[in-house]
Unconditional design. Structure first.
Length: 198
């Protein structure tokens, strides 16, 4: 705000960056960061570089984790639409924000898809091909398929049963010989006069 409202934008920008640089160490806990990463220096490079090369050191030593929720008719937020940075280019030249395109499908997505798509029958008539002929077919032997499956089995957790741990004691899980004791009743009295157990 200060930079946009200033008559001398370059001076205001320099002052704002200076204030950030003076206070940047307040936001970095040196005791919790990896010792070989100079976080303050990386942020300073990102702030003063003026281009993407200033961010290079920061990007090489950090992982950005971003989250967003997709809007629907119940949580539609016009302000967020104005800030959207993912857009669809329409065949008629319009540029439409991602959430607008997908949340109001009858105006954008479905209408465009109906207008510019062909039914399978029309496509087959236009191209002279059959969709069934274009399907991918694997030319692998049964042994090759099994070998590929073995490679993936290493990473599949559903192939191995988890070993169940007992909730209490050392008894076997599922043993019917071990009686289960009920939890002891509370001796506390409820202020309203009830026994105190639920």
């Amino acid at each position: 705000q200060e930079i946009n409202n200033s008559k001398f934008k370059k001076v205001a920008k320099t002052k704002a960056i200076g204030n950030i640089m003076l206070n940047i160490s307040k936001y970095v806990d040196e005791s919790k960061k990896p010792k070989d990463i100079k976080f303050v220096r990386m942020l300073a490079g990102a702030m003063t570089g003026g281009n993407y090369s200033g961010l290079a050191d920061f990007h090489h030593n950090s992982l950005f984790i971003g989250m967003m929720h997709f809007q629907d008719p119940y949580n539609w937020d016009i302000d967020r639409i104005h800030k959207c940075n993912i857009h669809y280019g329409m065949p008629d030249g319009r540029i439409v924000p991602f959430c607008t395109f997908n949340v109001i499908p009858e105006l954008y997505r479905d209408k465009v898809q109906r207008e510019f798509s062909d039914s399978p029958e029309e496509w087959e008539k236009k191209t002279g091909k059959k969709l069934a002929d274009d399907k991918h077919k694997r030319n692998l032997t049964k042994e090759q398929i099994e070998e590929i499956g073995k490679q993936y089995d290493i990473y599949r957790k559903i192939k191995t049963k988890p070993k169940l741990e007992p909730d209490w004691g050392n008894e076997e899980v599922g043993s019917k010989d071990v009686p289960v004791k009920p939890a002891p009743r509370s001796s506390m009295k409820h202020p309203a006069g009830h026994c105190g157990t639920c």
